[in-house]
Ligand binder design. Structure first.
Ligand code: IDP
Ligand code: MG
Length: 198
């Protein structure tokens, strides 16, 4: 009897060029070809700490500073990313297949990077999307980008800890039109009693 393909999870990030070029819909449509399920999604501003931790393996590469600036939105008007967790059989390989090669000029033209990516005159690979490459990388990245309660499934072991921190909440009053200004938020929302991954 054939073995069942293991259920996997993978981190996908639509990078600032994807959002600035309004490619979100196109990218999600391409990703839907994998028939995987989205288990978490959020838009966020990427702090330097998060960017450096995410790309820690590239610390000694000559293009490290450019990659950090790129993921933080330093080259684009929309300084944010959309982070998602996809789950399902063979999720890592399936998402990588539709993502395409790292170098957008070498990526197959039917892949997301081949279709929408470019190399800038400064040599930055604007390749539109990030996708985990292994089970270990996916676990490290998902735990870095998401808290357990932001994902609809318990993908990894968690424990509950008591912490006392300040947290922003909505006010009960209805906003007047004048106060409906849009202010970017980069602070994480921290709960008083929260699960953390072990
Ligand atoms: P991946 O995104 O295909 O997994 P990695 O080697 O993990 O490729 O590199 C992470 C990111 O760093 C790439 O997506 C790309 O934005 C950038 N990058 C990788 N190699 C180069 C390079 O040779 N020149 C410029 N940027 C690069
Ligand atoms: Mg990689």
């Amino acid at each position: 009897m054939a073995k069942e393909t293991p259920r996997e999870q993978t981190l996908v990030i639509i990078k600032p060029d994807g959002l600035s070029k309004s490619l979100t819909g196109n990218i999600l449509t391409r990703l839907s070809e994998t028939k995987l399920e989205i288990a978490a999604a959020k838009c966020l501003h990427v702090s330097r700490d998060l960017a450096e931790e995410h790309y820690t393996a590239l610390r000694h590469k000559p293009f490290f500073e450019e990659v950090i600036k790129y993921i933080m939105g330093g080259y684009h008007p929309r300084k944010k990313v959309m982070a998602m967790v996809y789950v399902g059989p063979d999720a890592i390989q399936k998402v990588r297949a539709v993502t395409g090669a790292t170098n957008p000029e070498e990526a197959d033209s039917v892949t997301i990077r081949g279709q929408y990516g470019r190399i800038t005159t400064k040599g930055v690979y604007e390749n539109v999307i990030h996708a985990s490459t292994s089970l270990e990388e996916a676990e490290r990245e998902i735990k870095l980008w998401f808290e357990p309660d932001e994902i609809i499934y318990d993908l990894y072991l968690t424990k509950t800890v008591e912490v006392t921190v300040k947290k922003r909440v909505w006010t009960s009053s209805v906003s007047s039109p004048a106060s409906k200004t849009v202010t970017p938020v980069s602070r994480p929302i921290i709960k008083k009693s929260k699960k953390i991954r072990t």
